[in-house]
Design a binder for this molecule. Structure first.
Ligand code: BG6
Length: 503
């Protein structure tokens, strides 16, 4: 098989084979398992996309038995699946589910796990691939990995053993390096799948399809024609019940270090020779190496105060349950980044993200330079705007290009019009959830949509200096009312004449 045959990005919509697997979820009764992982497994089962032999073992501290866990998993799937479950598919999936109650640092937990894994092998008369999914609080990642190693579960005959590690991968560069060291003392890099769920989104992968399957854009994709790039990941929701995690993390760690830097990489990277995992990731690492950590004055940090989101009154961040009243944690972050390489030198990349903003939108806007000369009469020129190409990841997934067009009539007057491609209309099918794609890829051993060890460290290299500056209060923490466009100071980091698109 050639790399192109193997690669999902160039394969269209068909399904690829996945070897028989027993998957183990650590933290199986947690929120991520309930809302995302179990529903994703159901939808894969529904589409016949799970391997013919598929078993699931849940490991968690709760002292349920397998029967109780299956009942809980059924509820979770019914509540959160994107399609109404078919009882026969659900029963078949849950038939292969077992539960182990135990703490993550107790060797006994891994002895029982070894027994269950062996029992599943015995039932199918063959050793099965193993996928360990770490969906726990991050302090358990190294504990679980090392215990798996000590129990000898990190290799298995000729089968594949793989481990998926959830975010956050460290809370700074030093922690990430240490975690990499501990993970790689038990597993080889090709067995390790660090999740960034944005890469599992169809519309995020479309950035690559769009750039590398169309000759139209490549000649323009550089400093000569692109004036600036704006990447936005705005959310309507506040922090909900996640104060414990969020107040320690903040917007910079929660969304910028991972998801937003990934979007930047996909937009800015050079075309890989093939879409193999290492070649794509090599190109992303090169982009990250060329990004200079921004000085504090090229950044904005802010916190939401009480306001109105979608007609509902919302508390301010400091009033949220579990948030210390003097918290300095940012719920909004904006950065001006530069990429010091031949293609992008001098083009500002503006990134912003925030909770409790006017609406949910994730988009990349590429704003082209203005035309060099306007030959229309003064009045005709008024509506002429530089072309904007907007890739929208969510909601209203699609791509739109603004063009200047003549307003019908005897006079030459121009106004922008939109050329739009909408995912829903063009493909008439519901996109799978990010986790469906990522779980399948991990079972297949395709790491293209996962973060490599050097990549995650390169992301922290950009963010680390900001963590220190922000901890010293540079720049000062601003505020914004919930439901707004963000702090009024957000354009302070922009070059003269640039402005944020409306959220
Ligand atoms: C997660 C963050 O990684 O991404 C959350 O921890 C955030 O704070 C979420 O809400 C956003 O993901 P999505 O898929 O809803 O855009």
């Amino acid at each position: 098989m050639t790399a192109i045959d193997e690669n999902p990005l160039v394969k269209g919509l068909e399904r690829l084979p996945v070897g028989p697997t027993t998957m183990t979820i650590f933290g199986a009764t947690g929120d991520l398992a309930r809302r995302k992982l179990l529903p994703a497994l159901y939808n894969l089962a529904h589409e016949g996309a799970l391997p013919e032999v598929f078993n699931l073992i849940g490991v968690s501290r709760g002292d349920e038995d397998s029967e109780q866990f299956r009942a809980w998993a059924r509820e979770a799937i019914i509540e959160f699946s994107r399609r109404t479950p078919d009882p026969r598919v659900l029963d078949a999936l849950l038939g292969g589910v077992r539960y182990i109650a135990g703490t993550f640092d107790d060797p006994e937990t891994y002895r029982k796990l070894g027994e269950e894994l062996a029992a599943f092998d015995a039932i199918s008369d063959d050793p099965l691939n193993r996928l360990f999914y770490l969906s726990t609080a991050p302090q358990f990642f190294p504990v679980i990995i090392e215990a798996i190693g000590e129990a000898g579960l990190n290799t298995h005959d000729d089968c594949e053993v793989r481990v998926v590690i959830e975010k956050p991968f460290g809370t700074n560069g030093e922690e990430a390096r240490e975690l990499n060291r501990r993970v790689l003392s038990v597993f080889d890099e090709h067995q390790v799948f660090r999740i960034d769920h944005y890469l599992g989104k169809e519309t995020v992968q479309n950035v690559m399809a769009f750039r590398f399957a169309n000759g139209l854009f490549e000649p323009l994709w550089n400093r000569n024609y692109i004036d600036r790039v704006e990447i936005t990941a705005a959310e309507e929701v506040g922090i909900g019940t996640r104060a414990g995690y969020y107040d320690q993390a903040g917007a910079l760690r929660d969304l910028v270090q991972n998801h937003m830097l990934q979007l930047l990489c996909l937009l800015a990277m050079e075309p890989p020779v093939t879409f193999s995992a290492d070649e794509v990731r090599d190109e992303k690492v090169k982009v990250l190496r060329a990004v200079q950590p921004p000085p504090p004055e090229a950044t904005v940090r802010a916190q939401y105060t009480a306001g109105t989101v979608g007609g509902e009154e919302v508390k301010g961040y400091l009033e949220e349950d579990g948030v210390p009243p003097d918290s300095q944690t940012e719920t909004y972050a904006a950065l001006r980044l530069e990429i010091d390489n031949w293609r992008w030198n001098g083009v500002p990349f503006y990134l912003r993200t925030g909770k409790a903003l006017a609406r949910k939108v994730t988009e990349i806007a590429v704003i082209l330079k203005p035309v060099p000369h306007l030959a229309f009469q003064e009045e005709g020129s008024i509506g002429v705007r530089p072309n904007q190409l907007v890739l929208t990841m969510q909601p209203n997934e699609g791509v739109s290009l603004s063009l200047g067009a003549k307003i019908p009539g005897t006079r030459m007057r121009i106004r922008p019009v939109q050329m739009e491609f909408l995912y829903g209309t063009a493909f008439m099918s519901q996109s799978p959830e990010a986790y469906e794609r990522l779980i399948t890829d991990a079972m297949r051993g395709d790491a293209t949509l996962f973060t490599r060890n050097d990549e995650v460290e390169a992301q922290w290299r950009v963010i680390d200096p900001l963590l220190s500056a922000w901890a010293e209060g540079k720049p000062e923490l601003d505020t914004y009312p919930a439901g707004s466009q963000g702090p009024s100071t957000a354009s302070r980091i922009m070059e003269p004449g640039d402005e944020w698109r409306a959220i």
